[in-house]
Design a protein around this ligand. Structure first.
Ligand code: BGC
Length: 396
């Protein structure tokens, strides 16, 4: 029996501004890309990306035509506030046109206020970072004030703190651990939790109807027998504190791609011979159902939305197989009582994967020269599920 999605279930795809817009020259990521020699984790610059700053209408036409009812995109702080306290009306109006454009096409916009990139002048380590972020959130109310039901304050705060920890490590001449993630920057983590709280307050006071939340990267830490305590200690600063910070929120975003097994000494590498995706992650579609269950157990009573789930692959049939497994895990979690309100696939488009265009996560192929968009078979297949509301079942 296929699982039927409840009425009102959000069915969409996600993108982020820096990864798709192109020419995001006032952002810290653009500066890092220009400074990179290509030898480190940044292999190539984002450049024109998918040119979605100009072609967003095409993106939305395609998604709506494919059967999606929702679109999660981010607005770019670096464009909106090019200098501290100086706001660009033109940039705000651009994003307002996107919100209205989505609504005109029957797509409910979920607006992410911060997706990894910052204005060049901003640092999460600054003493007034949370306050400065709140000021931007207030200014952005002209974008989300009407017609937007869901606002995501900060995408993957746990990855932002991890990136900050990683940069410190590089500066000290250290190297990435063989498995798992580097130690997060705990001071940045505290600021992010504070910034989220203040942002939720700002959103609610500017637009009381908006449902505000944030999205956390779920790593699905799986302890080997006897390593339960090691896994719990590893998960706390990397994931659980961010989930718990969402306890009073309207919803919580679950983002899931793969799992991490934990042994007595910590994270283990992907087992030899296990299938991997283009990013080197283990092909493990069951992660989504497990991420939802872990999150629901930690933060009972907060509705969950899958704000990202996907696979980097050149083989679109593999993408369909991955999504089928992931949706099946989600449906089983829902049947067991986990309150899931929506699913957004990552990503709508093949886009800039933070340092490289090689991994292709998109439902829609983007020609790197002409920017022509071509939906892959997986796009029609996933959009059709939006129309029928029937999630195919997988026999485990
Ligand atoms: C991020 C996306 C990213 C995706 C795949 C998430 O960590 O929010 O920006 O492209 O995962 O790596």
């Amino acid at each position: 029996m296929p699982h039927t999605l409840p009425n009102g279930f959000l069915w969409g795809a996600s993108t982020s501004a820096h990864q798709t817009e192109g020419g995001n020259t006032n952002s810290d990521w653009w500066s890092m890309e220009q400074a990179s020699t290509g030898a480190g984790h940044i292999k190539e610059p984002s450049g024109d990306a998918c040119d979605s700053y100009h072609r967003w209408r095409e993106d939305m036409d395609l998604l709506a035509g494919l059967g999606f009812t929702d679109y999660r995109f981010s607005i770019e702080w670096a464009r909106i506030e090019p200098a501290p306290g100086e706001f660009s009306r033109a940039a705000l109006q651009h994003y307002r046109r996107m919100v209205e454009g989505a609504l005109e096409r029957g797509l409910r916009p979920m607006v992410t206020l911060h997706h990894f990139s910052n204005p060049r002048w901003f640092r999460w380590s600054a003493a007034d970072a949370a306050e400065v972020f709140a000021r931007y959130v207030r200014a952005a109310a002209t974008v989300y004030g009407e017609g937007v039901e869901h606002v995501c304050t900060i995408n993957e705060p746990n990855m932002i703190a991890t990136m900050a920890g990683f940069i410190q490590l590089l500066e000290q001449g250290g190297a990435l651990p063989e498995a798992g993630l580097p130690e997060p920057d705990h001071a940045v983590a505290d600021v992010l939790v504070e910034a989220h709280g203040r942002a939720v307050q700002e959103v609610k006071s500017c637009a009381p109807h908006v449902r505000a939340g944030w999205s956390v990267a779920n790593q699905v830490y799986q302890p080997l027998p006897g390593a339960e305590e090691v896994a719990a200690a590893y998960s706390r600063p990397r994931e659980d504190i961010y989930l718990e910070a969402a306890a009073g929120d309207d919803w919580l975003g679950v983002q899931s791609y793969t799992r991490t097994r934990i042994g007595p000494d910590g994270p283990l590498p992907v087992p030899d011979g296990a299938p991997r995706t283009q990013t080197g992650w283990e092909f493990y579609p069951a992660a989504l159902g497990q991420a939802l269950r872990h999150t629901a157990a930690l933060v009972p009573g907060v509705p969950l939305i899958v704000t990202e789930n996907g696979i980097a692959t050149a083989d679109d049939a593999e993408r369909v197989a991955y999504i089928t497994g992931a949706l099946s895990g989600m449906a089983q979690a829902m049947a067991d009582g986990v309150d899931v309100r929506g699913y957004f696939h990552w990503s709508a488009l093949d886009n800039y994967e933070w340092g490289s265009y090689a991994p292709t996560f998109g439902l829609i192929h983007v020609d790197r020269e002409t920017f022509a968009r071509t939906p892959k078979p997986s796009a029609s297949w996933l959009g059709e599920i939006g129309r029928t509301r029937a999630v195919p079942e997988v026999t485990p």
